[in-house]
Design a protein. Structure first.
Length: 145
């Protein structure tokens, strides 16, 4: 259920109600469109059914979420000058993050997301270069293994 802005039990104006409804519909459609994918200016290729993101210059947080990234590889990228995280990973198994450079982060370079019951499993983070960041390189929540 979405609560629209109200004054005296009514929307401020019909136009305001329309704007909020349109925003909700566009936001929901964007979420559905991008679930189980990568969100950001960087992209990936697929080789033998495995998603690979490599050799890119990323200045926005990259979100890698969903089982379609199981077995995926993130390598030889540069993540820099971001106000938040470099990589945010969630609900993925057997992901490899290697040979990347992370710097100028406003937060952590890599965040392994979790909910109460779903996390990431078997994520290998090796051979990356982390420097000049506001927080620690890697942030993990439970139940990540």
């Amino acid at each position: 259920m979405v609560r629209l802005p109200k004054r005296d039990g009514k929307c401020f104006e019909l136009l305001d109600c329309f704007k909020w409804t349109l925003f909700f519909l566009v936001s929901t459609a964007s979420f559905l469109l991008f679930s189980s994918s990568i969100h950001a200016s960087c992209s990936y290729t697929t080789q033998d059914g495995i998603r690979i993101m490599e050799n890119q210059d990323c200045t926005e947080t990259v979100y890698i979420e969903g089982s379609s990234w199981n077995g995926g590889i993130v390598r030889n990228n540069i993540f820099h000058n971001q106000t938040n995280y470099g990589l945010q990973i969630g609900d993925v198994e057997d992901l490899t993050i290697e040979g990347n450079e992370f710097y100028g982060m406003g937060n952590n370079a890599i965040k392994l997301k979790s909910t109460q019951t779903v996390g990431t499993k078997h994520v290998v983070i090796q051979g990356n270069y982390f420097h000049d960041m506001a927080a620690s390189a890697i942030l993990t929540g439970e139940p990540n293994v």
